[in-house]
Design a protein around this ligand. Structure first.
Ligand code: NAP
Length: 460
C-alpha cells in the first residue's frame, strides 16, 4: 500500500488510503491551473489574509496537528508541537514580508530608467518528505502562495493523514479550490505531472536518489527545480571547545527527531587532544536517553519513522562494521515493540568504508579523531554532501575562519540552531541547490522581468 498510516511506536496499521486515479489527478491539475489564473491577480494583502489565517489556525490547533505527526512518523510530542508552531511562524512570516521581498527593484542604466519586477510562474509541483511532515509543507506553501503561484503537492507515503490535514488547513483558511492540492499519487504519476505543460516548476525535498530522478525528468522539460536533499554534516570540535556546552549540542544535533534530520550532526570530527574526553562524555549523555512512547512527554528517545527505515539503518551499521568500523556503543534494534534503534557510535571509519560517504538517517554517530584544525576542515570537506555543519570553539573568530573553509550551504558556530523563517536554508553538492526560507526562498519560482523605459530613436 503506497499510502498507509502506521504507528511506528507499536507497528499498528492505522489507516490505508487509495491513490488518485488518472482522471481524478487530471481534475486536480485543471483546478490548480484554473485557480492560478485568478490567484495571480489577487493582491498581496488578499493573499496575506488567507496565509495569515492558516498560520493562526495552526497555532490554535497545535495539538491536533502535532498528534498526527507523532502518530504517523513517531516524532516525540514536544518536538511535534515545536514543528507545528514553527510552521505557523513561517506562514505568518511570508504573509507579512512577501510584498516587500517581491517589490520591483530599480536599476540604473546609463540611459533611461529600468526596473526588475517579479511575477509568479504558475502551478508548482512539490514533492516532500515525512521527517518534518508540516514544516516541509509550510516551507513551500507560505512563500509560493504569497508569490502568487498555486501548488500541487505529493507528500511521503507514510504520512497521508498529515498531508490531508495540511490541505484541509487551506480550505479552512479560505483559500480558493486549487490553490493548494494534496495528491496521493504514485512515482509514475509524478513523472507524468512533471511532463505536464501546466506545471511550471518543481521543488523536491528528499533523498539524493529522488533528486536525481525528479531533476532529470524536469530537465527533460527544461523546468526550473529546487532540490533540498540529504546531508552528512560535520560537527567539528576544536581543542579549545567548552565541552559542558558542546556535549548537549552534540546530543541534540544527532538525536533531535530521532536523528532523522537532513542537517543533523552526523560526522563528529574532534581534535585529538580532547577526543577521548569528548567521546566519554558523549557516550554518557547518549546513554541517558530513554526510549518510549513518543506521545509520552517523558520519552527522550523515539522510534524511527517506519520499520523499513529501521531495517535500512541496521543494514548500514552492519556493513560499516563488516568493512572495518568499530562499534563503540549500540548497533541493534531495541528489544521492544516498534521501530526503535539503539543510540549507536561508530569509530575507525576509513575512506574505503561505505559508511565514510553514506548518510545515516537515524541515531548513529560517526566519530573521527583528527590531529589539527586543518585536518578537521579537510575531513569535513571530504564528503559528497554539502548541506550544513558546525564548529565548537571558545574563540569565535577561529570558529568563523573554520566555517568559511567548509564547503556547505550553512555553518553554525557554537550552536546548531538550524532553521529560522528569516534565514535561507539549503546546500551544495549532493545536498542539492536552491534555497528555501528567508527572502531567497520566495525568489525561486518567480519570473524576474526587466522593464526598461528610454525615449530613444532607433539606431540608423
Ligand atoms: P525520499 O525517499 O526521497 O522521499 C521523499 C519524497 O520523495 C517522498 O514524498 C517520496 O514519495 C518522494 N519520492 C521518492 N522518489 C520519488 C520518485 N522517483 N518520484 C516521485 N517521488 C519520489 O526521501 P526519504 O529517504 O524518505 O527522506 C529523507 C531524505 O530527505 C534524507 O536524505 C534527508 O536528508 C532528506 N531531507 C532533506 C532536507 C533538506 O532540506 N535538504 C530536509 C528533509 C529531508 P514516497 O514516500 O511515496 O516514496
Amino acid at each position: 500500500m503506497a499510502y498507509q498510516s502506521v504507528n511506528p511506536s507499536n507497528g499498528e496499521v492505522l489507516k490505508n488510503f487509495d491513490q488518485l486515479n488518472n482522471s481524478q489527478l487530471e481534475q486536480s491539475l485543471a483546478a490548480a491551473e484554473s485557480c492560478f489564473q485568478t490567484w495571480k491577480h489577487t493582491t498581496y494583502a488578499e493573499r496575506a489574509v488567507i496565509v495569515g489565517k492558516a498560520a493562526a489556525l495552526m497555532r490554535t490547533h497545535v495539538d491536533d496537528f502535532a498528534k498526527l505527526a507523532t502518530l504517523e512518523m513517531g516524532k516525540r510530542i514536544d518536538e511535534a508541537r515545536g514543528e507545528v508552531k514553527f510552521s505557523a511562524d513561517i506562514l505568518a512570516y511570508y504573509a507579512e514580508h512577501a510584498e516587500k521581498f517581491l517589490a520591483p527593484t530599480k536599476l540604473h542604466p546609463k540611459v533611461g530608467a529600468a526596473h526588475m519586477e517579479s511575477s509568479p510562474f504558475g502551478v508548482l509541483f512539490c514533492v516532500e518528505p515525512w521527517n518534518f511532515p508540516f514544516y516541509q509543507l509550510a516551507r513551500v506553501a507560505g512563500p509560493q502562495l504569497m508569490a502568487g503561484n498555486t501548488l500541487v503537492v505529493k507528500h511521503a507515503g507514510c504520512v497521508p493523514q498529515c498531508a490531508i490535514a495540511f490541505e484541509k488547513l487551506w480550505i479552512d483558511a479560505g483559500a480558493p479550490k486549487g490553490a493548494y492540492t494534496n495528491l496521493l499519487i504514485s512515482h509514475e504519476q509524478s513523472e507524468k505531472i512533471i511532463d505536464d505543460p501546466r506545471i511550471k516548476g518543481v521543488a523536491l525535498t528528499g533523498s539524493v536518489a529522488a533528486g536525481k530522478s525528479i531533476a532529470a525528468q524536469a530537465g527533460q522539460n527544461l523546468k526550473k527545480t529546487s532540490m533540498e536533499l540529504g546531508g552528512s554534516d560535520a560537527f567539528i570540535v576544536l581543542d579549545d571547545a567548552d565541552l559542558e556546552k558542546t556535549i548537549p549540542w552534540a546530543v541534540w544535533g544527532r538525536m533531535y527527531n530521532a536523528g532523522q534530520t537532513c542537517c543533523a550532526a552526523k560526522r563528529f570530527i574532534v581534535l585529538d587532544s580532547i577526543a577521548d574526553k569528548f567521546l566519554e562524555k558523549f557516550k554518557v549523555a547518549l546513554s541517558a536517553l530513554t526510549p518510549g512512547d513518543p506521545m509520552d512527554e517523558k520519552t527522550t528517545h523515539g522510534p524511527l519513522s517506519t520499520e523499513a527505515a529501521l531495517v535500512q539503518l541496521l543494514k548500514q551499521v552492519d556493513e560499516a562494521v563488516a568493512s572495518g568500523a568499530k562499534l563503540v556503543m549500540g548497533g541493534k534494534r531495541i528489544d521492544r515493540p516498534g521501530s526503535f534503534m539503539e543510540t549507536t557510535i561508530l569509530t575507525d571509519i576509513k575512506p574505503d568504508n561505505p559508511a565514510f560517504r553514506d548518510e545515516f538517517f537515524g541515531p548513529v554517530v560517526s566519530f573521527f579523531r583528527v590531529k589539527d584544525e586543518a585536518a578537521a576542515i579537510a575531513l569535513a570537506n571530504d564528503s559528497d554532501f554539502g548541506l550544513g555543519g558546525s564548529v565548537f570553539t571558545k574563540d569565535e573568530a577561529r570558529g568563523k575562519r573554520v566555517a568559511s573553509q567548509v564547503d556547505t550551504g550553512m555553518m553554525f558556530i557554537n550552536n546548531i540552531d538550524w532553521s529560522d523563517a528569516e534565514l535561507p536554508f539549503g546546500g551544495i553538492k549532493y545536498s542539492g541547490y536552491g534555497r528555501e526560507l528567508g527572502n531567497m526562498g520566495i525568489q525561486e519560482f518567480v519570473n524576474k522581468k526587466l522593464v526598461r523605459t528610454a525615449d530613444l530613436n532607433a539606431p540608423a
